[in-house]
Design a protein around this ligand. Structure first.
Ligand code: UDP
Ligand code: MG
Length: 327
């Protein structure tokens, strides 16, 4: 794991960790609503950790100027774009709160739900995770693929991942300590939190449309996240090999019987079609299985390098008047 640069010590009651990619147009509104929600719950005892994930549209500058006016904001500026899950990891490693709220910068998950989520945690839960009832302003394609993904994951993985959950959740410090102790590079954080166990509960809410900008999760990135999720939590795809092998072995036996029968009845010439079909099917199955092996092998290779997960360019935090910088 990367070393944690020295930040002002001591903990606060609440940290809100927000990974921000290109979110310039939503920053001011996000700041307004998040601070209002936090103040209503914990007064001044909170920090907002903005992780700037290699933004190119002025989000960084917007975050810096917010930090200048408000000492409760910590900006972690990553050296480049590392992706949502890694940016979130960086924020989770640096934050100091007793309780930690994970939020997106685009206000799709309403910060005002902090109150009820805190109340739920007071009932004795370690994690209160948001579960979406309805998603507004997202394409049917996104909703359909997301739904398919969660159904598939639930069938495949050994953990009980609730459907329709994102990274929007409130967790306590002891849960976060376990999460921060997980060094893997291919991170599917909602699954990792679920894996930790302890006392977790769902909190139902309606997902809103983005306040500004467009999604940074196009199909390609969603597929990558899905592959990360499945390979991190399941070896069922590897087992596919033996299942498919058995299936096609059985089909092969049937075909063999048929060939022998044709040979005995003197009808030997036809058969190109079936041979071609068999070769094609087997060839594609073998390639598929090689691909799946490759996915796991590649991940094992990357994990063995034990690289830090991210690089921090600078950390900016204005302690009321004084400025603290570390890198
Ligand atoms: N994000 C990030 N790095 C990326 C892509 C996204 O930090 O490479 C952030 C983004 O700014 C937002 C959150 O991750 O706060 C979720 O992204 P987005 O809203 O685009 O995803 P969606 O809600 O459409 O799944
Ligand atoms: Mg979003």
């Amino acid at each position: 794991m990367s070393k944690k640069p020295e930040l002002a010590t001591g903990t606060v009651a609440l940290s809100v960790v927000i990974p921000c990619y290109n979110e310039r147009d939503g920053m001011a509104e996000m700041y307004r609503r998040v601070t209002a929600a936090c103040e209503a719950q914990v007064g001044d005892e909170f920090e907002i950790v903005l992780v700037i994930d290699g933004a190119t549209d002025g989000t960084r500058e917007a975050a810096f100027s917010l930090a200048q006016t408000d000492g409760r904001i910590v900006v972690i500026d990553l050296s480049r774009n590392f992706g949502h899950q890694i940016a979130l990891t960086a924020g989770l490693e640096f934050c100091r709160g007793e309780r930690i709220l994970v939020l997106d910068a685009d206000l799709q998950d309403p910060p005002e739900l902090l109150g009820p989520m805190m109340a739920r945690m007071d009932e004795g839960f370690d994690v209160v995770y948001g579960q979406r009832l309805k998603r507004e302003g997202e394409s049917w394609f996104k909703k359909a693929t997301a739904a398919l993904f969660y159904r598939l994951m639930r069938k495949m993985v050994d953990i009980d991942l609730a459907a329709d959950t994102g990274d929007f959740r409130l967790m306590n410090r002891r849960t976060l300590q376990h999460l921060n102790a997980m060094p893997e590079h291919y991170r599917f954080i909602r699954g990792m939190v679920n894996w930790i166990g302890l006392k977790q509960t769902a909190f139902h809410y309606q997902r809103q449309a983005r306040f500004a900008g467009t999604t940074h999760y196009p199909l390609r990135k969603m597929l990558l996240l899905a592959i990360d999720a499945m390979t991190s939590f399941s070896i069922v795809p590897l087992r596919l090999a033996s299942h498919l092998g058995l299936l096609f072995g059985f089909i092969g036996l049937l075909t063999l019987g048929y060939t022998l029968f044709s040979w005995l009845s003197g009808d030997v010439l036809p058969g190109w079609t079936s041979i071609a079909a068999i070769v094609l099917v087997l060839g594609s199955v073998q390639l598929l299985m090689l691909g799946i092996f490759g996915e796991y092998l590649g991940r094992m290779y990357m994990e063995t390098k034990r690289r830090p997960l991210y690089v921090v360019n600078e950390i900016v935090r204005f302690d009321r008047a004084a400025e603290t910088k570390a890198s």
